[in-house]
Design a protein around this ligand. Structure first.
Ligand code: URA
Length: 231
């Protein structure tokens, strides 16, 4: 049972300017049921039995949608593969595409500070992944068919990690995982269910960079998540 006091999200981080178009949009992608193709090798089908090494290889080799042609590399995910906490974002931006790791740009710095505010640290009981593994061109929101194609990879990651709590960062992550469209505001403040795993929704850090006034609400969500994890 963890009951230690936690600090607030630091102002100096949360109010930094956004890094570019990718970091200032709040995605609005409608959920589309994943469509699994039998075309092994090219598509994410048949991920259900894969171990970590096989899954990583399959993502590296994936060319199932057009996103792969427009990015430098796939961005699999990072962190503790037995983490209790799973944070899910939307998709890699330019920095993530260059470095091959999720949330390493300005939004990532804010995410690290959001984690620190509830005494969490990237890589330590925390795993960070995205809905899509390839950077959408111009940092646009991933299309529903791209999300549907890529989602089996994240679903397998979740099955392997078995987190105690999923924190969906932004609307794309939330609606893609929950399988229904809804506004971010309507999804906050509740415990949702992702196939038996509790899921909490908060603002995407990139949105918070643009809208620092919302930091108080994000802070509430993080405290809510911390409280849920302690019970
Ligand atoms: N935004 C995301 O949703 N994911 C990242 O990895 C970086 C920025």
């Amino acid at each position: 049972m963890e009951s230690q006091a936690v600090g607030a999200i630091p102002d100096e981080v949360i109010s930094k300017p956004a890094e570019g178009p990718a970091s200032i949009r709040l995605p609005a992608t409608a959920y589309v049921e994943p469509v699994l193709s039998a075309d092994e090798g090219l598509t994410p089908s048949g991920t259900g039995h894969l171990n970590w090494a096989e899954l990583k290889q399959k993502v590296r080799d994936c060319s199932a949608c057009t996103l792969r042609a427009g990015c430098k590399q796939t961005v699999f995910g990072v962190g503790d593969e037995n983490a209790e906490w799973l944070f899910v974002g939307e998709g890699p931006g330019a920095d993530e595409d260059a470095q091959g790791e999720p949330f390493v740009g300005q939004a990532g710095k804010l995410l690290d500070n959001m984690l620190a505010s509830i005494r969490l640290k990237r890589g330590s009981n925390v795993y960070i992944a995205n809905i899509v593994k390839c950077r959408p061109p111009g940092n646009r929101t991933p299309e529903p068919d791209e999300i549907a194609t890529c989602l089996p990879y994240l679903q397998r990651q979740i099955a392997l990690i078995k987190p105690k709590l999923i924190v969906a960062l932004g609307k794309t992550a939330a609606t893609s995982l929950l399988g229904r469209d809804a506004s971010l505001g309507s999804l906050r403040g509740a415990i949702h269910d992702y196939h038996g795993t509790p899921l909490i929704v908060t603002y995407h850090p990139a949105y918070l960079l643009r809208s620092p006034a919302e930091k108080a609400k994000a802070w509430q969500d993080l405290c809510f998540a911390r409280q849920r994890m302690a019970t």
